[in-house]
Design a protein around this ligand. Structure first.
Ligand SMILES: [Zn+2]
Length: 340
């Protein structure tokens, strides 16, 4: 089986973004140092809308000037180490501002479809070029911020115009429609990696694009809640670094709605590398392999939610599965290595 570790390289997206060092660079360094022991490479989806915004604002702020050089050096270093630098894009950065040493994030443009069309097209292209100039390598893969891709009607054209051939925005089986998130991935093909042409939810074996969907396993809600609670109770983070806070579902009413939704339907447990989710990785992997797809498995992580404890759990997982599996990145798919 091929295993893909995929990370979203991004700050917290709530009222406190956290600092670049504590919420991205330090936890990620601990993670890649661990991966080095096993010669495992990871795909890193870098939020390039963030890069674009720092570059635009840094002339007026020594703090941002410093962050910009830190982030560029960090991405170049990760790329040189053989990790796969690909494109992530959180549109809220486009209209965000930096005041009094603090980011003021714009929650009204959280999805690609919230941006005016010309702004979306231009900033996407510009941020991809910027990321390529920093990593020194061509970007061919993409993951939409908050997974909200399909509500942006022109996504196929966006991929064509920007030479994106692999997408990884599909979180298998999930669906949501709120002011912050909007997608429906309930009817995706029953395999992790598939080709598509004009619709991401439909396989087309001759399609020019490939979807590398995020692995999830469907559980009845009580089972899911129990699993999650037990993992939360026994998980020991040991040391945490992230110093911001997330936006969740935006407000208390949305939070409550999502909780009720989760009680009423099957819930998809994602293969996660973050926090207490890392404890459930062997469980998700086995269930996914036995019930859904035994060829490819994709886990998602966020450095901001890593801890010494979660990195240890991922290491235990690598030790357990490394002899019978191959660890691949999106760049390996471009080379056809998933069939070797
Ligand atoms: Zn993200």
């Amino acid at each position: 089986m091929n295993i893909f570790f995929t990370l979203d390289y991004e700050l917290f997206l709530g009222s406190e973004t956290g600092t670049l060092q504590n919420s991205i660079i330090i936890p990620l360094r601990h993670f890649t140092d661990m991966l080095d022991k096993y010669n495992v490479k990871t795909t890193i989806f870098v939020d390039a809308a963030y890069l674009l915004r720092i570059r635009q604002l840094k002339a007026n702020s020594p703090a941002l000037e410093n962050d910009y050089s830190l982030v560029c050096n960090n991405i170049a270093e990760l790329s040189n180490q053989g990790h796969d630098i690909e494109l992530h894009f959180h549109p809220q950065w486009i209209y965000s501002n930096y005041n009094d040493q603090k980011w003021d994030l714009d929650a009204n443009h959280y999805k690609l479809s919230d941006l005016p069309m010309d702004v979306a097209l231009n900033s996407f292209t510009e941020s991809k070029k910027l990321l390529e100039s920093i990593s020194g390598k061509e970007v061919r893969a993409f993951r939409a911020g908050g997974f909200s891709l399909t509500t942006f009607n022109n996504y196929i054209q966006l991929f064509k115009d920007n030479n994106i051939s692999i997408d990884s925005s599909v979180i298998r089986g999930e669906h949501i429609h709120s002011n912050l998130h909007s997608y429906d991935y309930r009817d995706v093909p029953n395999k992790t990696l598939y080709s598509f042409s004009s619709n991401i939810n439909q396989e087309d074996q001759n399609g020019e694009f490939k979807e590398l969907s995020i692995s999830t396993v469907p559980l009845i809600s009580l089972h899911y809640l129990l699993k999650k609670q037990i993992a939360k109770n026994i998980f020991d983070p040991i040391i945490t670094w992230g110093d911001g806070c997330g936006i969740g579902y935006g407000n208390m009413a949305n939070e409550a709605k999502q909780k009720v939704n989760k009680l009423l339907r099957k819930v998809n447990l994602a293969a996660g590398l973050d926090s207490y989710s890392s404890l459930l990785l062997p469980y998700t992997y086995n269930l996914f392999k036995n019930k859904i797809d035994n060829l490819n498995f994709v886990a998602i992580g966020h450095p901001k939610a890593f801890s010494e404890g979660s990195i240890k759990q991922v290491e235990n997982f690598i030790i357990k599965v490394k002899d019978s599996n191959k660890f691949l990145t999106c760049s390996d798919i471009k080379l056809g290595k998933e069939y070797e």
